[in-house]
Design a protein around this ligand. Structure first.
Ligand SMILES: [Zn+2]
Length: 531
């Protein structure tokens, strides 16, 4: 049976850019647009030309993308003609394949926010769609607050949608702008709309304010809509937009959708979707959500011993999809709750074939339990676990030795009369017969120590050149003066690999030092650095 085409419209660069703390540069926007293109989305909504210099610059020239570059903007203002509206003119001048207009579809907003008549709002929709069509653009109309508008006055909301469709808009997009509509309402209303506007001209734009933006998108598809709008990682103002990183794997891997619909995302691109998700977090300088469906580090992680042995025998017993399909990995967590089967499976995964009766296995299990009692968290620190296992099996060379380090924190008043603190770290390292001393300043003691430690490792320096710390988390484990600090450090390298290491001590600098050391040694092991 031929499958129906379902279209994906990404608005990371427009609606996603509304997120608190997100400020894309032009270079960021171009990089994300390329990522979206490789993924295979059909539309890349890149911004609002005329609204700010970066978006204007983006649309000032033709950007070579396979997906349709879409410019966003308002319909003509009430009381003006289409040819006499500077905002509309900027939109029509944008180098874009498609134009997505936003218009009111809730009669209440038309009166109160737009302060115009219902008829003038409809005329503005018709004129704007026609003007963009005349310029040869594909046209979309985002019906703002459509679901609230429909509940208040279905005839008028529908009239707005129909006005756009009849004027030649390729897509009429029903927006749940405040994100408050529930899936059963979306399904019912979209179903009613699709009796007047064909489903293959109807789209859904859902926000996540009840954490159902993804569910609402699927509800709309079930009711007939054939375009889904969303963003990477669900980026967007307030609680975000519908998350395309969750929607795409569901469309490709769940039978109900995969058998009925075809999307522009190829299987190979799906296999990189975890990387795309992380690349966006990196660009935003955010830690990845470990529990993100499909792509999170924990999405295919299992802790309990009995599950682990079953997973190794037959992964399908516990996994709803195969992690490789989305570029993720199965992970068996090693922790004091875990049995020998977890440990064996994890050792096998990292490349150690060891017999289940090997006495070293018991020693490793005891070591894990003992150290976890002290505060180490190996289920969060895969790289430290791997080093612990390798050390116990005698497989970690002594690459270098830190003979001593010294960290100073100085607070003083600078020349401008401001109170500043500066940290200085000095590290003495022995690499073979060479004694190396490095010093570095940092914005804090751990940062200074990290910089000094990685400044000069002699013959190993080239192996750690691409090493980067991507996240640093501190947790105080028990209160009072006996408090113990656990530090988790996430690192990444030039190959895009990531790992986490752990350190525990009553002293935060010591704990950080252990985690930093593990990270460096792990990278050297991984890179196959000679002893
Ligand atoms: Zn929105």
């Amino acid at each position: 049976m031929p499958r129906e085409r379902l279209y994906l419209f990404d608005t990371t660069l427009r609606d996603g850019a509304q997120t608190n703390g997100v400020d894309f540069t032009l270079a960021d926007k171009l990089a994300i647009a390329r990522m979206l293109d490789e993924l295979g989305v059909d539309y890349v909504e890149a911004g609002y030309p005329g609204a700010n210099p970066i978006d204007t610059a983006f649309f000032a020239e033709r950007r070579p993308l396979k997906g349709k570059i879409t410019a966003f903007g308002m319909t003509r203002r009430p009381g003006r003609s289409a040819s006499n509206d500077p905002g509309l003119a900027a939109l029509l001048a944008a180098e874009a394949d498609a134009i997505c207009f936003v218009a009111k579809s809730w009669d209440y907003h038309v009166r109160v926010a737009l302060e115009t008549s219902e008829e003038e709002n409809l005329a503005s929709i018709r004129d704007s769609v026609a003007a963009a069509k005349a310029k040869g653009r594909e046209v979309l109309l985002d019906c703002e607050h459509f679901f609230d508008g429909y509940k208040a006055n279905p005839d008028y909301a529908l009239a707005c949608a129909k006005a756009a469709y009849d004027a030649g808009a390729r897509w009429v997009v029903l927006c749940d702008t405040n994100g408050g509509t529930l899936p059963h309402e979306v399904e019912k209303i979209v179903g009613e709309v699709c009796r007047h506007i064909p489903g293959d001209h109807t789209g859904i734009h859902a926000h996540n304010d009840t954490e159902q933006a993804v569910a609402n998108s699927f509800a709309a598809v079930r009711a007939g809509a054939r375009q889904i709008q969303g963003t990477l990682n669900g980026l967007g103002e307030r609680c975000g937009n519908a998350n395309l990183i969750s929607i795409i794997p569901t469309l490709k891997l769940k039978r109900e959708y995969a058998e009925r619909f075809e999307i522009g995302v190829a299987d190979a691109a799906l296999g990189h979707i975890a990387r795309v998700s992380r690349a966006l977090d990196d660009l935003l300088n955010r830690a990845a959500d470990r529990h993100a469906p499909y792509v999170g580090e924990s999405a295919f992680a299992t802790k309990a011993g009995i599950h682990a042995s079953a997973i190794m025998k037959e992964p399908a017993t516990y996994e709803h999809v195969a992690p490789e399909r989305v570029g993720n990995k199965r992970k068996l967590l090693v922790s004091d709750q875990s049995g020998r089967s977890n440990l064996l499976a994890e050792l096998e995964r990292i490349g150690f074939a060891i017999d289940k009766d090997d006495p070293r296995l018991s020693r490793l299990l005891d070591a894990v339990k003992e150290r976890e009692a002290q505060g180490y968290a190996y289920e969060s620190a895969d790289a430290s676990f791997e080093l612990l296992a390798r050390r116990l099996l005698g497989k970690v060379p002594r690459y270098f030795e830190v003979e001593k380090f010294d960290v100073n924190v100085e607070q003083r008043i600078n020349a401008k009369g401001e109170r500043v603190s500066v940290s200085l770290a000095v590290v003495k390292v022995k690499v073979g017969d060479d004694a190396l001393i490095s010093a570095a300043e940092g914005n804090g003691p751990v940062n200074a120590l990290d910089l000094a430690l990685r400044k000069d490792l002699g013959k190993y320096q080239s192996y750690i050149a691409g090493l980067e710390l991507t996240d640093y988390r501190v947790r105080i484990l028990n209160g009072g003066t006996q408090a113990v600090t656990r530090v988790l450090i996430e690192s990444a390298d030039e190959e895009g690999d990531r790992w986490t290491t752990v350190g525990v001590s009553a002293n935060i600098i010591d704990a950080s030092f252990q985690a930093l050391m593990d990270s460096i040694v792990y990278k050297l092991v991984k890179a196959g650095a000679p002893a």
